[in-house]
Design a protein around this ligand. Structure first.
Ligand SMILES: [Zn+2]
Length: 418
């Protein structure tokens, strides 16, 4: 149990940082070919760099590719392995992220939460049943026009606040800790050009949701691109000549297993997700992703796509179809299972804050999925945000403090582990 003074510091400091960081526009951009994909992310990275320096951290470095690294040396008399803490500064391009105006509501009593800039919008327990666990707590949202950016500025604020607490309260024991703030996670480029040599062997991302949750499993993820080449002819004279690529592509999409779609699956079920269909008579393209927790089940889905391609080629002999598949990330479960201590220490730290630790599977991926594959086992700890990538995104004030306290306990457990 942490002293009241430390808990108060953490609560105020994490909230103050969070409310400040969310106001900085850091939307990433999938279509950009630069790294970081948007230069506005550098505004926050620069601020974090100077705040790390002000805290007296060592080897503070901001790279042109959009990363900030900083090291906190071990506290006096502690000799143990270090670990890394990661959070991403960008927010999702799915919703506007400019001019975020955070609002602190509360204490929450069950009534719908209203938004200053959109009177039509309301956040209710029907949208987010988790609200029911936060009666009496203050709830932070944006103003209705933008996302909030708790994904993942909550994680950024919690890491910074924990580092500030380590500096301020020398009684908090910890080994060496490396903080790393990343860019472009939301557009799948969070680890591109990341300097792995600056990271310790084991890391944690602070990028989860519900307080108490630890995620050590994610999807096995593939992308598939299909191209259909048809035969274009003037439609008035097309009989027995035209082969409409767009129509065949539509039939192909309609022939995918209906029950295996994102809108029909939950829990541990996998799916095909068609996220783009474009084209015309001569050429059409279908882009989809394939997701499952089990690699074999995804392999079966990729085989199914290959068989469908053959069937369609057979049915439409003059049609050329190409199918390209690419692995995006792997389920980190199997690798993390070989490093149970990393998980156990985090579950213990969550329990130390008074929460019930819950191990969950991410129906998605994090920077940690890729890092784990690259030899840095990296589970994901809750950061507290809810309804990510929406204008109703919210976080309870207490969640920021709980996640920060979890980091303090985690560091102590690492320091005591050897
Ligand atoms: Zn995130």
């Amino acid at each position: 149990m942490l002293r009241e003074e430390i808990r108060r510091f953490v609560r105020d400091d994490a909230r103050e940082r969070f409310l400040r960081y969310v106001q900085i526009h850091t939307t990433s951009d999938e279509k950009s070919s630069t790294k970081p994909t948007t230069s506005r992310q550098i505004d926050l990275l620069r601020m974090l760099e100077s705040e790390c320096r002000a805290l007296g951290l060592e080897e503070v470095h901001r790279s042109d590719a959009g990363y900030v690294y900083a090291n906190l040396p071990a506290s006096n008399g502690v000799a143990c392995d270090g670990f890394g803490l990661l959070a991403h500064v960008d927010t999702s391009p799915e919703q506007p992220g400019a001019d975020v105006r955070p609002a602190v509501h509360g204490p929450y009593g069950g009534a719908p939460i209203r938004f200053a800039d959109d009177s039509e919008l309301a956040l209710t327990e029907a949208d987010s049943p988790e609200l029911a666990h936060f009666h009496g707590d203050k709830i932070i949202t944006a103003s209705g026009k933008t996302l909030l950016g708790a994904d993942d500025k909550a994680g950024v604020a919690e890491i910074m606040s924990a580092l500030a607490a380590f500096r301020r309260f020398p009684e908090l024991r910890h080994g060496p800790i490396t903080a790393c703030f990343t860019s472009d996670e939301e557009v799948g480029r969070g680890t591109q050009d990341l300097d792995l040599s600056r990271l310790p062997r084991y890391c944690y991302t602070m990028d989860g949701s519900v307080p108490g949750e630890l995620e050590a499993e994610c999807f096995d993820a593939w992308k598939a691109t299909l191209e259909f080449r048809g035969v274009g002819v003037h439609p008035g004279f097309a009989k027995d000549k035209m082969l409409n690529a767009a129509v065949v592509a539509a039939r192909f999409v309609a022939a995918l297993p209906e029950a295996e779609s994102p809108e029909r699956t939950a829990g541990r079920e996998g799916f095909y997700y068609v996220y783009a269909v474009r084209g015309g008579c001569e050429r059409a393209e279908v882009e989809l992703i394939v997701r499952d927790f089990e690699a074999e089940r995804n392999r079966a889905r990729l085989d199914h796509l290959a068989r469908m391609k053959e069937d369609f080629e057979h049915r439409f002999p003059r049609l050329a179809i190409s199918l390209e598949t690419k692995q995006q990330y792997r389920n980190m479960r199997d690798i993390l299972a070989q490093h149970p201590r990393v998980i156990e220490l985090a579950l213990g730290a969550i329990a130390d804050t008074g929460l019930d630790p819950v191990q969950k599977s991410i129906r998605g991926g994090t920077d940690g999925s890729k890092l784990t594959e690259l030899g840095h086992p990296t589970p994901n700890i809750f950061a507290g945000g809810m309804l990510f990538h929406s204008r109703k995104e919210w976080i309870a004030e207490s969640s920021l403090a709980l996640a920060t306290e979890t980091i303090l306990h985690l560091a102590r457990r690492w320091a005591e582990a050897e």
